[in-house]
Ligand binder design. Structure first.
Ligand SMILES: Nc1ncnc2c1ncn2[C@@H]1O[C@H](COP(=O)(O)OP(=O)(O)O)[C@@H](O)[C@H]1O
Ligand SMILES: [Mg+2]
Length: 471
């Protein structure tokens, strides 16, 4: 049994050696960080003494080196526990860690969890303070906490180990990643998203990005409270959604676009029928009357793909009041604009762009992809008549996500789309510890669409547009 399971005799292994391999020079410094992170873990982990957490991290690294991981899947639970118990007790003895039998049992259970679950990243998945997990080859794992990336002392044994764990994760939703299909983007059962790229497309080995599903999506109130935007801006956006003004949320990856779209949708009347279109369903609309559509990737033979454009066309036959596009990224842009100008006002989408102007340029390019041979000016007029607001979001250098601009599209002048900024975030400086200082301000321009709001009895205080003082 032991032969199948262990590669070397435990006692012969020098613990320090196996821990501080040349691959991981940052280990000691990082151990402290991990310690802090683990302190915030769920109840069970909190029971572990801090010296134990340290020992566990070392032990886990050692076990990965020692164990024949493939054999683990073939063992019964009892067998595995028996083997791990032996290894752990030896380790505890060798490291002179003082444990009573209850503590030892608990320790063994923890180690087992990590071996049989999702391996070294299991604690990261459980840690509620971690929002993203980024595996950069088997040697490095980064996490995002509070908007900041940090390297964590978690390591995989080798590439095969990463692949094994990754296939365990994507296998649960009926997908797999291998050489013939080296890229996978999937939504997991809990709503988390995973993107995997392996060789040959990932040159140095597997790249895995996991965006953990946030159980409690930020609602509008919470976004205001944490300072993502100011009250008068919130009031205007809320009014615009109620008054069925079509809008685009623009920003970079992870800027908070989906989050804002979700929060904004809460102001749509419950009586309206919504159809959502996404590459990987992640919106969590609270309305009762929502139909969710999701694209399908092609099969291994390259067949059966269903793209956003087809979903959009289909959505139009489903009698929606509004269509919500999780992220517009290609030819479907044309159909979306079409929908927005033909009775589906108040439709919304996010777009990947660095400024409101950039968003329009990209949209124009996307419409071009539909292959309809439209002139530049007709594409632009189409955009100008379909979309009325562009909200720009940014993840600033301190990791905070903020709304940085609200702009209104007012029409065309010649062949240029006219756009005016209503609100903006003005940076005023940076604190010594890197926090971005700044304030939300009105530009002094009153949006034209205010009339639509007034017609529906939605009042916005004229003071909101006073440029004299911060909002
Ligand atoms: N205003 C915000 N403040 C803090 N965190 C946010 C904010 N908006 C979003 N987040 C978090 O940032 C991450 C990325 O948000 P998401 O909306 O998915 O970004 P995007 O759609 O732009 O890629 C999520 O974990 C989300 O919970
Ligand atoms: Mg998104």
């Amino acid at each position: 049994m032991l032969n199948r399971f262990t590669r070397r005799e435990v006692q012969n292994v020098n613990v320090q050696d196996s821990v501080e391999g040349p691959d991981l020079p940052l280990y000691e410094a990082d151990a402290l960080e991990l310690d802090e992170g683990l302190d915030e873990l769920s109840g069970a982990n909190r029971l572990l003494r801090s010296d134990l957490i340290d020992a566990k991290v070392r032990l886990h690294r050692k076990l990965i080196d020692e164990l024949n991981l493939a054999a683990i899947d073939l063992m019964s639970k009892a067998e595995l526990r028996h083997e791990v118990f032996k290894l752990v007790s030896d380790h505890v003895l060798a490291e002179r860690i003082l444990l009573n039998s209850r503590e030892l049992d608990f320790f063994v259970d923890e180690v087992l969890d990590e071996l049989t679950g999702l391996g070294p990243i299991e604690p990261l998945l459980k840690d509620p303070t971690v929002t993203d997990i980024l595996i950069n080859t088997h040697k490095r794992v980064y996490v995002e906490r509070n908007g900041q990336l940090e390297l964590v002392p978690v390591r995989f044994k080798d590439e095969a180990h990463v692949l094994r764990i990754v296939n365990k994760i994507v296998g649960a939703v009926g997908r797999r990643v291998d050489e013939s299909q080296p890229m996978v983007d999937a939504r997991l059962q809990d709503g988390s998203r995973i993107n995997v790229a392996i060789r040959p497309v990932a040159v140095d080995g597997p790249l895995v990005s996991i965006r953990k599903f946030s159980k409690k999506p930020f609602d509008f109130e919470r976004l205001i409270k944490i300072g993502s935007f100011a009250d008068p801006i919130a009031a205007l956006l809320q009014g615009a959604v109620k008054a069925k003004i079509s809008l685009l949320v623009s920003g970079g990856t992870g800027a908070g676009k989906t989050t804002l779209l979700n929060a904004l949708s809460s102001f749509i009347a419950e009586t309206e029928r919504l159809i959502t279109i996404e590459d990987a369903a992640e919106l969590q609309l609270q309305q009762p009357h929502v139909g969710r559509l999701e694209t399908r990737p092609p099969s291994i033979e390259g067949k059966g793909e269903i793209r956003q454009r087809e979903l959009l066309k289909n959505a139009l036959r489903m009698r929606p009041d509004r269509i919500i596009v999780g992220e517009v990224r290609g030819e479907e842009a044309f159909d979306m604009l079409q929908a927005m100008t033909t009775g589906h006002e108040g439709s919304m989408a996010t777009i990947h762009a660095n400024s409101p102007r950039d968003a329009l340029i990209r949209l124009e390019q996307m419409v071009g992809m539909a292959g309809l041979n439209l002139s530049e000016i007709s594409i632009r007029s189409h955009i100008a008549s379909a979309i009325r607001i562009v909200v720009q979001l940014e993840r600033l250098t301190d990791g905070k996500r903020r709304l940085t601009s609200v702009s209104e599209i007012t029409g065309m002048e010649g062949n240029i789309i006219q756009m005016q900024e209503i609100f903006k975030f003005e940076r005023t400086g940076t604190t010594p510890d890197g926090k971005v200082l700044g304030e939300f301000r009105a530009t002094g321009i009153r949006p034209k669409f205010i009339e639509d709001l007034t017609l529906r009895g939605i009042r916005i205080s004229p003071n909101s547009f006073n440029p004299g003082r911060p909002l």
